[in-house]
Design a protein. Sequence first.
Lengths: 664, 264, 130
Amino acid sequence: MQRIGVFVCWCGSNIAGTVDVHTVAEALKSEPGVVFSTDYQYMCSQAGQDIIKNAIKEHNLTGIVVCSCSPRMHEATFRKTAAAAGINPYMVEIANIREQCSWVHKDMQTGTEKAIILGKAAVAKVNLNTPLTPGESPVTKRALVIGGGIAGIQTALDIADAGFPVDIVETKPTIGGKMAQLDKTFPTLDCAACILTPKMVDVAQNENIRIFSYSEVQEIKGFVGNFDVTIKKRARFVKEEICTGCGACVEKCPMKKIPNEFNLGMDNRHAIYIPFAQAVPKVATIDPNACNMLKKGKCGICSKVCSAGAIDYTQKDEFISEKYGAIVVATGFNPISMEKFDEYAYSQSKDVITSLEFERLTNAAGPTAGKLLRPSDLKHPHTIVFVQCVGSRCAACAEKGKEYCSKICCMYTAKHAMLVRDKYPDTEVYVFYIDVRTPGKNFDEFYRRAVEEYGVKYVKGMVGKVTPEGDKLKVQASDLIANKQLHIDADLVVLAAAIEPDKSARPLATMLTASMDTNDFFTEAHPKLRPVESPTAGVFLSGACQGPKDIPETVSQASAAASKVIGLLVKDKLTGNPCVASPNELMCNGCSTCERVCPYGAITYEDKEFMMPDRSKAIRRVAQVNPAVCQGCGACTVACMSGAMDLRGFMGSQIIAEVDAICK
Amino acid sequence: MIVSYFPGCTLKTKAQDLDMYARKCAEVLGVTLEEIDNWQCCGGVFTTVNNDAVTKLSSVRALDFARSKTQPLVSVCSACHNVLKQTNHAVQTDKAFADKVNLYMGNESPYDGSTQVYHYLEMLRDLVGFDAIKEKVVNPLKGKKIAAYYGCLLLRPSGVMQMDDPENPQIFEDLIRALGAEPVIYAMRNECCGGYVTMESPEFAAKKSKAITDNAASFGADMIVTACPLCKYNLEKNGNSVPVVYFTELLAEALGVKEDTQNA
Amino acid sequence: MHNDNTRLTQEIIRASGVNPSKCMKCGKCSATCPAYDEMEYHPHQFVYMVESGDLEPLMNSKSLYKCLSCFACIDRCPRGVEPAKLVEAVRFAVIRQQGADHMTPDDVPAKLNEDIPQQAIVSAFRKYRK
């Protein structure tokens, strides 16, 4: 018989506000096995943990039930407490009377009743608990970073600097991401390329870093410390090791009317191209949808002009398998499509552009060589209207916009407006805003400078309609402070489009079994305390794949993710989860069902010799579980038709005891 | 194909052309418009307050008639279509409203919102198909630059009307292309002509209409087409020199049945 | 009086089906409104004033009869507030009072001309008359 102690937490008023904690503690005293029961304001605090430790010693407890918050929150805390007092940590059970009780009930009576029932179930389970000891697994000392923008670059550099090998997988032909497309960065106005490209070079030169550009992750198997990843390196029809990036092929390529993605389609590139001058790796790529040689077998000019002999029209996609100890997701963001916001006439006029397009228009390496010329007629725009929150904070229609604030738009718009006024003082600049949000170091000062020193006209209100007519864009907007409707004849309208996670994030999350929120941003393990880790062990988050972020925040998170990865990779062995499947070999009928349903490949079959009831010996085929690979999901236990498979810590008998306690 | 047809008050009076061409063209396209027995005026406006069931009864009657024939319900006038579609949506989504109107109707089987409501344009797109129309065009409108005017009633509220993207609609333009002409895209095509304030403040309606026709003209439109008699009135009376034509007339011209009717 | 006003406010909110507290005061309704210049109170003000029970000025305002019911504010509002429905609910609260029709049959002949479609008369009545 167990000697069980019950500890009911108030969680301040979080639990005690809707659950009568004294009554719960009293009620559980009479449950079988319970020898001690008490309540305390904050059981997770040092004082609370001491109550548990002292009770273990005083009452010779063998099992613990803590009625508190979700086990995701503090199960580990209380297991450590128990271990410190000398009992097996797996003799601790949590009854979740916060998330699943006090937070969802309004009425004290029902809340208390339910808390008691949940407590009884936990007690029933502890009565059947047995001490468990976790196994160990080795750690592959290499990290994978998915995404080669500033987030991925920073994470990779930090991990590599600590001495671990890192691979970056980037879908584009070059690393650099969105930051490579930016002109200047707020609030200091240093040029994005000047601070980014040296880092890109560092990546290229770092012996610990390999770049798989023009590549994508195809398959991920395994678990923390031991991921098996297949990377698809798409054929770029250029031998990367040989190409010197001289650009002779690009110059001579006759297909030169291909919309240039790097400049967001505002100018053209060739069928063979290097995205931009500072690309890393600086090698050419052939666009198979545009190349005449690849489509029709006619041309071959690039091959003739390449003195290095790097062109290879027969190149095929290559698949690379590699093992990693940790995976960092850094898949970034994109501006949303403006298709559903055509009241701003984005599809109707070339002179209605997004803010990212504006970045290219003011960038010295952009389609206008940095001169601010409007796309339709390459004239200098004299009146520019910036519209904030296009598709952000939009709760009306999920297909249209995003409910969240995109966070970066207020600041980059202030930057755009200020730079225009600085370079072209003859230009009138309006910014229409709902709220100006500038929480960040030197951010509000920056925005105020745009208004006070540069004369940007900030108008509290929105643009309702943009009507192209003649060579003007007639902007109809509201000025809520003046209580007026404004009609502005603009030359250029710039839309601060909401941002969303890259489309590759969702399938990647599925491969990683990492969780996402409703907006397809990756979810962190804890919003405050574990912000750079995914709840899936060994998977870390870097940059805007987790939520909208500016560059300083992205870099901070990237380094934080790297430090977490380093913390993992320095370990030689990882302590596993002892709550793994284990077969009762005598009951196993060798049907292989469990092997087929196991998503981790943890189950194999073995022929074993058994002593039969008549004392004869027989060879039987039985299931074996690799405890280092098993994640304890339990799929095999429900699939097993003979009832041979059970999950340690969650045995069938324990679950039934819980259900019985609840239904009693 | 037989469909129930709700012409509406104005198509029997000031907008007889809209009606006549609609019928002629439907015939050519193999659609029979079966006029609803004893239909009553839709009222021209769907009131959005949820305590005004009575004014929607005429629409419910029309919808119920179509249901009894298991036919889709088609109308040409933008206002009629808007009222019918919104009423149908209210029956589908607002149980209190549905119960109330059915109490008034006193039908044996209550009307359940199951009738498919089509604007004539949607009928052309979804039931006939623009490709099929293209094949039947005998007189392609080559070289004509035509500006479609949607106004507000066809597209909004978009959640209910579901005809097309409310900010960048294509249905009218696709029809114009099918007829061999070139559509003119202009931003004011989905802005209001002044609609029902035409009586109350004609000068206000005039201002709104003028802005629309000017915007269409600035893109070189030879002609504006519309589905709504009130829009046509406003644009014609207050606009510039760009002619305003019912889309059914344009369709009749392309299908070669416009002369026929004139000769007849 | 205060209670009457509160009751009427609640009635208007209920009849419109609008939740004015969803408004984030961005002003897009008023930015897109084609009747803005004709109105003394603009769409965003309707939402705010109904929410705060400031009905009297609205009920006495000609703005009620200028809204075109074009639903541009409804379609373009980022928060799904539907200001036009509030305008209509306030208008109905006025014209449903005894003798408060904004247009009567006697007014019609003077407003007619040869071309005006029936639709204009019908819809004006539905909007302006009990």
